[in-house]
Design a protein around this ligand. Sequence first.
Ligand code: FMN
Length: 186
Amino acid sequence: MTAPGGTGPIGPYPARVVTDEDKEAYDKLRRRLLWTLPSGLYVIGSRAGERRNGMTLNWATQVSFDPKLIAISVEKRAMTHELVDSGKAFSLNTIAREDRALVRKFTKPVDVDAGTMTLNGVSYHDGVTGVPILDQAVAFVECEVRQTIDCGGHTLFVGEVVDCDFQGTEDLPVLRMEDTRMSYGG
Ligand SMILES: Cc1cc2nc3c(=O)[nH]c(=O)nc-3n(C[C@H](O)[C@H](O)[C@H](O)COP(=O)(O)O)c2cc1C
């Protein structure tokens, strides 16, 4: 998957990039380069009232030791954006490498069954903030939103860690972007 809406040229350009051809070549190079930046791969749980969602996301990282802050960057038109903005919390779920097929289930708004407590057939439970946590996640980090930063097409939600735990074997290798053929960014 590539970044949505990236059709026209997007500057700024360094001084050596002058002509339209230069700009086109630079756009492609910059995209290829940004794709090479290493990242993790997660499922984000979100909730507003009784609406819940799970979403595949790789733009996530810790951004402070004290307090313990995690930032995630979410597309403004994603359902997750609406739910995190309104619910002011999210869960970040790490996924076992062997469960890589799971991320495909969370690339559009999911079917939620509150009766069986499943998101697209994947079992969840609610964390301390009420957001869904995948039972199958290797570990989860649950955050309350402390800052919301407008980044253009995305919003950076900065959340403080309010709960976390391993749910399986602590040293089970977790999924990273490089374990897949997918890309997001660029
Ligand atoms: C590998 C991969 C990584 C992704 N990373 C992000 C991300 O970091 N931020 C984001 O907003 N969307 C990301 N997406 C896109 C969302 O998963 C997708 O747009 C989803 O439909 C939006 O979720 P929602 O509408 O169900 O909330 C990624 C998709 C894939 C396949």
